[in-house]
Structure formats: C-alpha cells, structure tokens
Design a protein around this ligand. Sequence first.
Ligand code: PLP
Length: 400
Amino acid sequence: SGGENKDFAPLVRLNGIVYLDVVSVDASFDNLDRHMNTIPFYALAPQHDEIKEKLQAALEGVLQSNWYVLGTACENFEKEFKAYHSVPHCVAVGNGIVALYLSLRALDIGPGDEVIEPAHTYVATWLAVSRAGATIVPVDVDQHTWQMEAGPVAQAITARTRAIMPVHLYGFMCDMQAMVRLANSHNLKVVEDNAQGTGATYQGKKAGTFGDCGAFSFYPTKNLGALGDGGAVLCSNNEVRLRIAALRNYGQKERYDATVEGINSRLDEIQAAVLSVKLAQLEKWNERRREIAGWYLSALGGISEVTLPDFQKDVIPSYHIFPVRATERDGLQKHLTAKGIQTMIHYPKPPFRQQVYTQFLKWAESFPVADILANTELSLPIWPGMTHAMVERIGREVKA
Ligand SMILES: *Cc1c(COP(=O)(O)O)cnc(C)c1O
C-alpha cells in the first residue's frame, strides 16, 4: 500500500514488518522482498504479529491480577522453563548478567577463586565474574569452532580454580561432554553462559542443562526474548535454587530477615507472562532460524574469502546469530550497508581490550584468535520471518 504520493516514501507491510523504503511499488506481493531497500539486522514484528492476541491477553491478565512482582506468572514461567529443559529447578531473575552473577554467588565462588572463561565473548560474561569478586582467567577460543574448548581450559587450571564458565556463543555450543568431564576430574563447578543458546542441543541435551548452573538472558532480541529485560538460572541442586531465590530478593529466605547480602533482581509478572506465551513458540522459531541458516549455507557456498565456524557434530545450534569471517570485513560491511543490508559485529573489542579491563592488556598476545575474530567477524541478519529471497539477495551482495 502507499506510494501514490511522490512526496512520501512508499510504505509496505510484509510478514508483519513495515518497510518505508521500497524501491518499486509495482512489485507483486510475492516477490516484494526483492524490491526492498533495507533488510534490517533484526525485526521482532513478524514474531509478535503471530501471537499478538495471546500477548495482549497475557498483559491484560497481569494488569487485572493486581500482583506485579513474584506472583503466579513468574512461578508458572519457572515451571514451564524447567519442564522444557527437563531439569529440576528454575529461578527467574531480572536479566542475564544477574543470572550469571547469582549463579557464582550461590556456588560460593568469590574473592580468591579463579573462574576460567573465554577471551572472546560479550563483556557481560566477564563482568559477572569480577563483580562476584572472583578472578577472571581468560582462555583463547578455538580458531575453527570459535568456542572455548576443553584442551586449553585444562592448561589454565591452577590450585585456585573453582569454576569454568563456557559460553555458547552465537548459539553454537562448546564440547560440553569434554568440558563436564574435565570439570568433574578437577572438582570444578560449571556455570554455562547460555544467553545465546536457548533451545540449542548437544547430543540431544539442551544448552544450559550441563553445568551446576545454566544462566539465560531474555533480552528482547535473544531467541527467547521478553518485552524488556529478563533472565533465569537452571540448576539441579535444591540448595543452589534456594540460595538464588534468596539472593534475587535482598538475600531474604523469610521476609524481613536477610541472611546473605542479596540484591533486587526479579523477573516481573509482565515479562514472565510474555515469556510463557513466547516459550510455546520457541521450537518453531528456532526451526525457522535453522532453515534460514541452511539457505545461507548454500547462498554463501564457494566464496573463499568468507568462512564459517566449523559445525560441531552432535550440536544443533540455536542460530542466535549468523556469524561469518571475512578477510575484508570492514569493506564487506560497507558494501552491504550501501546495499541496504544491515549487519553487526559480535564483538568489535574483546573484553581484554575494553577500558574496564586494562589490567588484562599485558596478556593480550595470549588471545590471538579473539583478536582475529574481533577484526574479521561479521554477523548477517537472521530472524524468524526472513524470506528465502532476502537471504539470496544477501548472498549475491556478499559475492559482489
Ligand atoms: C546478552 C548476553 C548476556 C547478558 O544478558 P543481559 O540479559 O543483557 O544481562 C551475557 N552473555 C552473553 C553471551 C550475552 O549474549
């Protein structure tokens, strides 16, 4: 619709997204996406449009309930999320970094303890460890899988090591069998940063269920996203569950009697109700991401300047992000931007090069792969609702 008045950019609605800058309004609806100027890096509208009535009913239900924090919506979501993962316990919290931080606190990891984690990750993985007062021990990621692997982790273990924090970056997974075996043989805790891997599996077992704790983020753009911030911890030990439940609520086990130095970070009822609606769609939406990833694999095949991470056998990724490496990354990104294809870089600066962690700079040469990825990685759009034609167009422009 639109486009008659030449003073206004044509406006077209396709798969729930409103596009403001369609090149040709004469295009038939079927191949409209070929004529659109912009492919956004991420679009939530197609997902939300599918479930709009359910979302509105969930929001209305919370409004009517007159109960907004730590009520039945949160309890219901916790039940559904642990059932989806087949684990005994779930504690929902305010966001992903708190899920990581409280996991460490509940496992009694703090000052004097070393936590091994990847040099290539989102900075939140590091912040959770240093905020807990523990010592970050970074390990470079593997040049083929782009993940932290058990071999280099084994070499970083010292007498002070208390935990390993693998990150299922991009929604691909670490070799969790090797990681858990290593942790067990050294009596170490495992806290998974599964902010990006919700729904991914390794040998049929879901990401976030391998460690002592699995920490999740429900930031809006994650595979399972709230309409705001949200997070959760999965665990199998009831004592750990009770500790996290207290820590998220001022450290109170009983009201008005704080037993530990807690914080306030709870999943509010609105977000919990929204997440219950969206959890029911997660498998379908992840399946669509996998289909889109498959289109990419053929669209990008045979371009030798563009490489993909090695796909681990036994892993079904969640494809939170579709990352490629390109020798001329910045030039490629510029070209795609000029052609209306939005991309991002995950992440342009490894944590050890960010100002907050200057003390790590002296070891920067120990993490060459993290630096290579920071300089060559490019994330292509991937979101449920993308069309085959969009992916083909992106493939053509990458080739160009
Ligand atoms: C998003 C993310 C986090 C933090 O989650 P928030 O909910 O934004 O606090 C942590 N680690 C990784 C790898 C992430 O992608």
